[in-house]
Structures are given as structure tokens and as C-alpha cells.
Design a protein around this ligand. Structure first.
Ligand code: ASP
Length: 442
């Protein structure tokens, strides 16, 4: 018997994780000392999840580096490079702008921060004490307001490449790889050829490892989602419901209307086919809450299942995983306005406009790792003049429901990147996307 397709296996794993995680949470609700079976189940599933996450992260640095270098060498001449780069950035800016405006509209219409005084008191009481240290640290760093927005871009040029790689600062790594690829393409022929052969075979080997790891995705997804649901449960939604609904609604509008419209009218492709092709990557993004860790799957799905060329994917996707975060930008916008409503801080149109701008800018610098945008939100709150005490309390409140929202916005981030690859690939004259019957392109 044939094994079901990868996305079905991931979906089954995800459903199992939901059932087991929520049941375990329900059975032990309110119990002070969790029973041994709960501890063991949590430890075991978390262990499995961490193995998978580690394996994905293990290939991210060589994958990003070799893909970008090969991509740039292939793009070759300055004219092609400029054209592809220009289109990619233009798409990222456009889709990001739509995302923040959607977020802004949702939060202004639904007004999740305008709540009854009792509910407000419960929300303030929910504030998680666990992360107060991190919040205090980030607050200190963000004290310079707008300058800290600029500092995010300083990371683009790392003083030490290996430290950037070790710390997962992909932006710096991408910048270096772009430079290296560009200057390899300018070398005299004999050097250029040997360098090209080296990087291409290195990239092929890394892609083979990636494919091998992806085979374990259903187990990994199960191991990542089960312990999260076991410990978080769903009861928090009662308190944070309206805020969470606002974020989820905004993300849904972006993922199910705006991006599909761009696919349909700019790329002239059927959006549902794209959802189907990218589903393993989207489910993994949802489970890991990390665009960077999902990048290996994003590249595999965009190439093999959607049929976008190596040339386009090796440029747009690694760049998109850090630079293009539609879901994150939307989320930042909603959180800032939500907290202003909650604390009764007046936010005029001009301030809201600067929030839009800062959400767009900071989402570029946010790392593709879980909860990374909370730091950017602190930076924005500081820049628009929130009192320090409200920032700490506000971020604490958002932390409470962040995980599930993080999972969803990361899936939207990854979907946005993959749409960019299709739109740009089509604009470069590529054809034959979405091979029929699940057949994959080699
Ligand atoms: N977790 C998100 C990502 O990896 C970043 C964030 O919004 O926190 O794309």
C-alpha cells in the first residue's frame, strides 16, 4: 500500500496532537502536582519535537548560505540581479503594506482593547510573571525609541559571520552570501567555474539531507504541538478571546483573500493549487512557530510541489524567511493599537501611521524564531511613547496567548514568501507550475 502524501500524514499527526494535548490538559486541569503519566507524556513528546526542530535548524545555515550563493551565481549579471532583487523587494513591500493595513482596520473595527472594567482586571491579572526578566531586558535595550528601529538594521552587516550564524542572525548571513555570490560571478572564468561547481554540489548535498529530515515531519509536528497544548490548553481564549479573534481574523483575511488575489491576478495561478502545494510547509510553520526552521520545507515545497525554479526560490525564499513577514507585521500593528485601547492611551491617525511604518520596518529585522516579534513590539511601544510600566504589563498580557497566535502568523509569513516566489517566477516567464496528480518536479 502506498503511504498517504506528506501533507496528509502531517495533518493526521497534527489532529492526533490536538486530541491528545487537549485531553491531557482537560484531565489535569486545576491539579497542582501533575500526575506521572502527564510528565512522561510531556517529556517524551517534547523530546521528539526538539529532535525534529534541531534537525531542521541544523540545516538552516548551510541551506541559506549555499542556496543564496548558488542563486546569485545563477542570476549572474548585474542587470538580472537588480531586476530580480527589485521585483522581490517590491512584492515584499506591497504585501507587507496590505497586511498592516488589514491589521489596523481589524483592530479599529473590533476594538478588542475596549473591554468591561471587570474583564480588564482579569486580563491584567493574567499577565504572565514568567517572562518578566526577558521583558525587562528588552525594555532596557529599546529605550532609545526610533533609534532601536534603526539598530535592527545594524545586524545586517555582522562584525563576525560565525557569531551571526551561531546566533541564528540570518540577516547578516544573507547579506554576506549575497556579496559572496555576486563576487564569485565576477571572478575570472577558471575560478568562477570551480567555485560554482563547489557551491552547487554542496547545495545539492544539503538539499538531500533536508529531504531526508522532512520525511520525519509528521513525528516532529506531533512532538511539537502535543506538549504545547498539554500545558497551554484553550481556556485562555475565554479571557483573551476578542484580541485573539482580531489577530486571527486579520491573518485569515490576508492569507485567504489578499495573497490569493495577488496569486490570481498578478501571477495568474489558481490559489487553491498553491495552498495544496505548500501545505506541508504551512503545517510545519504552524507547528514550529519559526519561519527559519521551516525554510527547508518551504524551499522543497515551492520547488518540487509548486514547480518554481531553483533560480527564483534560492533568492526569494531565504530572503523572505527573515525579511518578509506579513503575519508578523499585521500582528505588531494589532498588538500596539490593542494595548493603547486597553490602557486608554489616545492614538491619533498620525501615530497610527507611524505604527504602520514601524511595524513594516521592524518586521524586516525580526528573526524567524518563536515569539521574536514581541521584542519589535516593545521597540514600537517605546517609540510611540507608551509608559514603561504599561509596556511591561501589556507584553505580559500578550505573552499569555502568544503561542497559538505565533503559530498562525508564522504560517502566514511562510505563505507570503511562497506567494512571492510564484509571482516573481511567473514574471520571469516561468511556466508549468503545479505538476498534476501530486507528481513532483525534479
Ligand atoms: N515566529 C515568527 C516567525 O518565525 C516571528 C514572530 O512573529 O514572532 O516567522
Amino acid at each position: 500500500m502506498n503511504k498517504p502524501a506528506l501533507h496528509w500524514r502531517i495533518l493526521i499527526a497534527l489532529s492526533l496532537a490536538f486530541v491528545i494535548g487537549i485531553t491531557a490538559n482537560y484531565l489535569t486541569e486545576g491539579v497542582g502536582n501533575k500526575p506521572v503519566w502527564f510528565d512522561n507524556l510531556e517529556y517524551g513528546t517534547r523530546y521528539l519535537g526538539t529532535l525534529f526542530l534541531n534537525a531542521l535548524k541544523m540545516v538552516v545555515v548551510p541551506l541559506v548560505t549555499t542556496s543564496i550563493i548558488c542563486g546569485i551565481i545563477n542570476v549572474g549579471g548585474e542587470k538580472d540581479f537588480g531586476r530580480l532583487g527589485g521585483k522581490t523587494l517590491a512584492f515584499y513591500a506591497t504585501s507587507g503594506f496590505f497586511a498592516v493595513v488589514t491589521g489596523l482596520l481589524c483592530v479599529n473595527l473590533l476594538q478588542p482593547g475596549k473591554v468591561e472594567p471587570e474583564l480588564r482586571a482579569t486580563m491584567l491579572a493574567q499577565e504572565s510573571a514568567v517572562h518578566q526578566d526577558e521583558i525587562a531586558g528588552a525594555l532596557e535595550n529599546a529605550n532609545d525609541g526610533f533609534r532601536s528601529v534603526l539598530e535592527i538594521f545594524q545586524r545586517m552587516i555582522p562584525s563576525n559571520l560565525f557569531v551571526a550564524a551561531a546566533e541564528g542572525q540570518l540577516l547578516g548571513l544573507i547579506f554576506f552570501s549575497l556579496l559572496l555570490g555576486f563576487f564569485i560571478s565576477k571572478l575570472p572564468e577558471n575560478h568562477r567555474e570551480s567555485q560554482t561547481r563547489f557551491w552547487e554540489s554542496f547545495n545539492a548535498a544539503i538539499l538531500a539531507i533536508t529531504k531526508f529530515i522532512i520525511g520525519f515531519a509528521p513525528f516532529g509536528v506531533f512532538g511539537l504541538v502535543t506538549p504545547t497544548l498539554m500545558t497551554t490548553g484553550t481556556e485562555l481564549f475565554g479571557v483573551m478571546g476578542k484580541f485573539a479573534v482580531t489577530v486571527l481574523l486579520g491573518l485569515a483575511i490576508h492569507a485567504f483573500f489578499i495573497l490569493p488575489l495577488l496569486l490570481k491576478f498578478v501571477a495568474r495561478e489558481k490559489p487553491w493549487k498553491h495552498f495544496y502545494a505548500m501545505s506541508p510547509a504551512l503545517l510545519t510553520a504552524f507547528s514550529t512557530a519559526s519561519s527559519s526552521a521551516t525554510l527547508p520545507l518551504t524551499m522543497e515545497c515551492a520547488r518540487k510541489r509548486a514547480g518554481v525554479s531553483h533560480k527564483v526560490t534560492s533568492f526569494t525564499l531565504p530572503l523572505g524567511a527573515t525579511v518578509n513577514m506579513d503575519g508578523t507585521a499585521l500582528f505588531e500593528c494589532v498588538v500596539v493599537v490593542f494595548l493603547a485601547q486597553l490602557f486608554g492611551i489616545e492614538m491619533g491617525l498620525v501615530t497610527q501611521f507611524s505604527v504602520v511604518l514601524m511595524a513594516l520596518l521592524t518586521s524586516i529585522g525580526v528573526a524567524g524564531i518563536p515569539s521574536a516579534s514581541l521584542v519589535a513590539i516593545i521597540v514600537i511601544l517605546n517609540a510611540v511613547g507608551f509608559p514603561e510600566a504599561s509596556i511591561a504589563t501589556g507584553i505580559g498580557i500578550v505573552y499569555v496567548v502568544d503561542r497559538i497566535l505565533d503559530m498562525t502568523r508564522t504560517a502566514v509569513n511562510v505563505f507570503g514568501d511562497s506567494c512571492a516566489a510564484v509571482v516573481i517566477g511567473k514574471s520571469e516567464g516561468e511556466t508549468d507550475y503545479y505538476p498534476e496528480n501530486g507528481a513532483t518536479k525534479s
